[in-house]
Design a protein around this ligand. Sequence first.
Ligand code: SAM
Length: 289
Amino acid sequence: MATLGNPGNTIAMIQKYQFVFQKKFGQNFLIDTHVLEKIIRAAEITDQDCVLEIGPGIGTMTQYLAEHARHVVAVEIDANLIPILGETLAEYSNITVLNQDILKTDIQELVNTYNEGRPIKVTANLPYYITTPIIMGLFESQVPIDNITIMVQKEVAERMQAGPGSKDYGALSLAVQYYAEPYLVANVPPNCFIPRPGVGSAVIRLTRHKEPPVKTSDETLMFRLIRASFNQRRKTLQNGLNNSPEIPYTKEQILEAIESLGLPATVRGEALTLEQFAKLADKLVGIKQ
Ligand code: SAM
């Protein structure tokens, strides 16, 4: 039976172990059962699933996950939380807690050990300071993942879903949408956490595409083009790419590629769709350097 997920029990546990919140680990613990239920439902966790939870904290979501999943692997960096997790998760036999940094964890090895190499689900109330490296690391590593259902800063959830023409549209939108289909599950106000974060939060589900929605002959170049365009957002696409040390083409070659897509020379990167970035990469690959 899940027992955490409310202010009283969470505070009691923190006091019992004299736990001190560490800002550097982005520790804001969930105290709202409705939000926990929404995360579990949105992740579509079944008793067949192996779930990786990043940053279990005192085990609030971990308890819920353990009641729905076949197995839960919870990776927590803060050694001071391990004795607490020992108590809060004591009655579950389907949880493995690992005291380590997720950014230094071999997730493929976890998938092989705990799920025979089959796709896992990832859930987390993410430490906001490492949201982007965690998500991009998961996607780029090609680890088999079904979906990632995570709490992120509201503003980051908006960027993940944004399309061309929106002020939130950027490299993160394109990277996330290349690998997955984003779906906003819920907005979560600061009073659902202890301590309260200074910003609004949102739960977002990223369902991994089986095949990328666009094809390109050079994925690395496509992401370089995306990064270079948004690094210099105010500039035209042509100038942004020409100024980037990552793009080994002349201004004339860049212009030729842009115009061959039927786009004006003055177009900005923020106006291009993912498909247009893919085509631009293909055009440039076709032009001799
Ligand atoms: N899941 C808990 C909850 O919802 O109440 C805690 C969420 S709290 C926002 C983030 C958690 O991630 C903390 O427990 C923190 O110690 C942990 N954490 C921070 N950086 C980490 C890292 N690099 N690897 C693993 N865990 C990390």
